[in-house]
Design a protein around this ligand. Structure first.
Ligand code: FES
Length: 574
C-alpha cells in the first residue's frame, strides 16, 4: 500500500513510508536515519535489497550466515543496489521447546510482515535449518515481494573411527545402540563430539535438505545451489550471485514474483522430487503450508498416484548410504530433475526468468555420478518414498515413509499399546513392567498440532528398552506427531484428525486391534462403532490455552493435511 498522495509507485527508500500524515517529512526522517548508518546520499538513491538473515547464536546450522550476508551484500553492491540486512526469527531444530515447529508460523509471520512493511524493492532470503526455509517460502508467497532464496547448505560428514558421521541419522543410530547397551557412555560422548562438526544443516536428506531441494524445484533459488555444502566457497558465490539477481528483481519490469512460482504444476513437481529423493515426511506438511498460501490444496490421494509412478533415485541417508556432500558431488538437483524430466511440468518458471525446460536443456550434458543418483531406468525403488494412508483410524490421512520402513511390517494386524501423551510415554516406555511384545503396535496420542507441544518430532517412538535389548530394531508406531527427516522405521505419522481434535486416534485403547495395509493404503481401528461412540461421548478436549502465542496457536492452527498453518494466514476466502 502506498501513502503517496499523487498515486505514484514509489521505489527504494521512498517505498512504504511511515505514516505521519506528511510524506516528505517521513522521507526526510528516513534519510536522516539512513545517513546515520554511514551510507552516502548516492547509495540512498539505489534500489533497496533486503537480506533476510536468520542467523543466531542458537542456530548452529546458520553459523556461517555472517559470510553469506557479506557475500550477498557484495553481489548487491556490485550490481548497483543498496543492501539492507535485517534479522528475523531464527528457528533451529534442537534449540526450541516444545519444538521448532511451534515457531515456524511465527517466523513466517515475522518474515512476511518485514518483507512487506520495510522499504525493500526485493529481498534475498537466507535460510537453512528445517523450519526457516519453509517459513520463508510461506512468507514469500503471502508477501509476494520479489525475492530469491539462498539456503545455508548442508554440513560435511566427519570421519570417525573408520566411518563417516553426520547429523542426524547417525545421531539416532548411535543413540539406539546406546539404549540397547551396544555402545557405552564413553563412546557415545566421543560420537556426540563428531556428529555435527561444520557449519550447515544436517548432512543427510533430512527435512532441511529436502526443503532446500524443494525450494530449488519450485524455482526460488539459483539453479544448482540447493546442495552446495555450507563450507564450500561456491556457497558464498551462490549468495553473491543471488544478491546480483535480487537487484535485477528490484529493477526490471518483467520478473517472476513468488506467487507465480507456486502453482498446481510446480507443487506437483515438488512432490515428484520429494518422492524421488526419498525425502522427509515433514516436507509434506511444509509443502501443504506453502501451497496453501497460494490457495492450492495438497491432495494426499494425488500423492499416492504420484508415488506409484515416481522412482526413488538417490542413495542417501536416512534411507540409503550417502551424505549430502556425495549428492552435491554426484550432480545434485540438476541430475535428479533430468532423470525425472518425462514426469515433470517443464514450462514452470523460475526466479531467474528461465523455465525449468530451458534449464534442463542447458544442463543436458552435465556430470552425474549414477552410484549416488541413479538413472530412472535403474532406480533404488520403482515407486516413491512416501505414501498416504486412509481408513477409520485416519479419515483425513496419515503418512508413512515406506522407503525408510521395514516392508515385512506393511501388512499387519496387531494389538495396540497406547500412550496417552508424551509425558505418559516418557514415564512408561522403558519400564520393565510395560505390557508390550515385538508383535504389538505402539500408539502415541496428543502429539499433533493442538496437542500442546506443537506437533513435535515424537513420532519416532523409541523401541521399548526391554525389546531393544532383546535385539528388536523396528515395530509399527502410530501417532499424530511428526518425525525427523533424519529418522527411519515403520512409522505412521500426521494422523488426521488428531487426538486433541477428538479424532479416532483419541479413542484407541491398549488392547484394541489395528490393521495396517500399505498395499491398500489403509490404517483401520478394528473396534465396534457403538464402543467408539461410548468413548467419543466420554472424550474431554484439552484445556484452553490462556494467553499469548499458546492461545493464538490453539485457536488458529490447522491440521497436518493443511500444513499446520494458521487459518488466518491463508488467502482470503480459503
Ligand atoms: Fe538444523 Fe538439522 S538441526 S538442519
Amino acid at each position: 500500500m502506498t501513502d503517496d498522495p499523487k498515486g505514484h509507485d514509489p521505489k527504494g527508500l521512498a517505498r512504504n513510508t511511515s505514516n505521519y500524515g506528511d510524506r516528505d517529512f517521513a522521507l526526510y526522517l528516513r534519510r536522516t536515519f539512513m545517513l546515520s548508518m554511514g551510507w552516502s546520499r548516492e547509495a540512498l538513491t539505489r534500489p533497496t535489497v533486503g537480506i533476510c538473515d536468520t542467523g543466531s547464536g542458537l542456530n548452529n546450522c546458520h553459523r556461517h550466515f555472517p559470510d553469506l550476508v557479506r557475500s550477498a551484500e557484495r553481489g548487491i553492491l556490485a550490481s548497483g543496489g543498496l543492501p539492507l540486512q535485517f534479522p528475523t526469527v531464527s528457528v533451529c531444530e534442537p534449540s526450541l521447546s516444545p519444538c521448532s515447529m511451534y515457531y515456524r508460523n511465527l517466523a513466517a509471520i515475522d518474515t512476511e510482515e518485514m518483507m512487506r512493511a520495510q522499504p525493500l524493492d526485493a529481498v534475498v532470503l537466507l535460510g537453512g535449518c528445517d523450519k526457516t526455509v519453509p517459513a520463508q517460502l510461506m512468507a514469500a508467497v503471502s508477501a509476494n515481494v520479489p525475492c530469491v532464496l539462498v539456503v545455508g547448505g548442508p554440513m560435511m560428514a566427519m570421519r570417525f573411527e573408520g566411518e563417516r558421521l553426520s547429523a542426524c541419522t547417525d545421531c539416532r543410530r548411535f543413540w539406539a545402540r546406546f539404549r540397547a547397551g551396544d555402545v557405552d557412555a564413553a563412546r557415545i560422548e566421543r560420537v556426540e563430539g563428531n556428529l555435527a562438526t561444520t557449519a550447515g544443516s544436517c548432512g543427510v536428506m533430512g527435512t532441511a535438505s529436502t526443503m532446500a531441494c524443494i525450494a530449488e524445484v519450485l524455482g526460488f533459488t539459483l539453479p544448482g545451489t540447493a546442495a552446495i555444502p555450507a563450507v564450500h566457497a561456491d556457497r558464498m558465490r551462490a549468495a553473491e550471485a543471488s544478491g546480483a539477481l535480487a537487484v535485477r528483481l528490484a529493477t526490471e519490469k518483467s520478473i517472476v514474483r513468488p506467487r507465480e512460482l507456486v502453482t498446481p504444476e510446480s507443487v506437483e513437481n515438488a512432490l515428484r522430487v520429494l518422492l524421488a529423493l526419498g525425502g522427509s515426511t515433514n516436507a509434506i506438511v511444509h509443502l501443504a503450508a506453502i501451497a496453501g498460501r497460494a490457495g492450492i490444496t495438497l491432495d494426499l490421494h494425488r500423492l499416492n498416484v504420484l508415488s506409484d509412478e515416481t522412482p526413488v533415485l538417490v542413495d542417501l541417508k536416512p534411507t540409503g548410504q550417502g551424505y549430502m556432500e556425495d549428492f552435491h558431488a554426484a550432480g545434485a538437483m540438476g541430475a535428479v530433475l533430468r532423470q525425472l524430466r518425462p514426469l515433470l511440468h517443464l514450462d514452470v518458471p523460475t526466479v531467474t526468468g528461465e523455465t525449468l525446460r530451458e534449464r534442463l536443456d542447458r544442463e543436458e550434458d552435465a556430470f552425474v555420478d549414477h552410484s549416488v543418483i541413479r538413472p530412472a531406468s535403474d532406480p533404488i525403488s520403482p515407486v516413491g518414498g512416501l505414501v498416504a494412508l486412509f481408513g477409520s483410524l485416519a479419515p483425513n490421512g496419515a503418512i508413512l515413509k515406506r522407503s525408510a520402513a521395514d516392508a515385512t511390517l506393511f501388512e499387519k494386524e496387531a494389538r495396540a499399546v497406547v500412550f496417552s501423551s508424551l509425558p505418559d510415554m516418557a514415564e512408561r516406555i522403558d519400564s520393565g513392567d510395560l505390557d508390550v511384545t515385538a508383535d504389538d503396535m505402539l500408539v502415541l496420542q496428543n502429539a499433533g498440532p493442538k496437542g500442546g507441544y506443537g506437533m513435535p518430532e515424537a513420532g519416532y517412538l523409541p523401541i521399548p528398552k526391554k525389546l531393544a535389548r532383546a535385539g528388536l530394531k523396528d515395530m509399527v508406531r502410530i501417532s499424530d506427531a511428526r518425525m525427523s527427516g533424519t529418522a527411519f522405521g515403520t512409522i505412521v505419522l500426521h494422523v488426521a484428525p488428531e487426538s486433541a481434535e477428538g479424532g479416532p486416534l483419541a479413542l484407541v485403547r491398549t488392547g484394541d486391534r489395528i490393521r495396517l495395509s500399505v498395499k491398500e493404503r489403509r490404517i483401520d481401528l478394528l473396534v465396534a462403532e457403538d464402543e467408539l461412540a461410548r468413548r467419543r461421548a466420554a472424550w474431554v478436549p484439552p484445556a484452553p490455552a490462556l494467553r499469548g502465542w499458546d492461545k493464538l496457536w490453539q485457536r488458529e492452527v490447522l491440521q497436518a493435511p493443511e500444513g499446520v498453518d494458521f487459518a488466518f494466514l491463508r488467502p482470503e476466502g480459503q
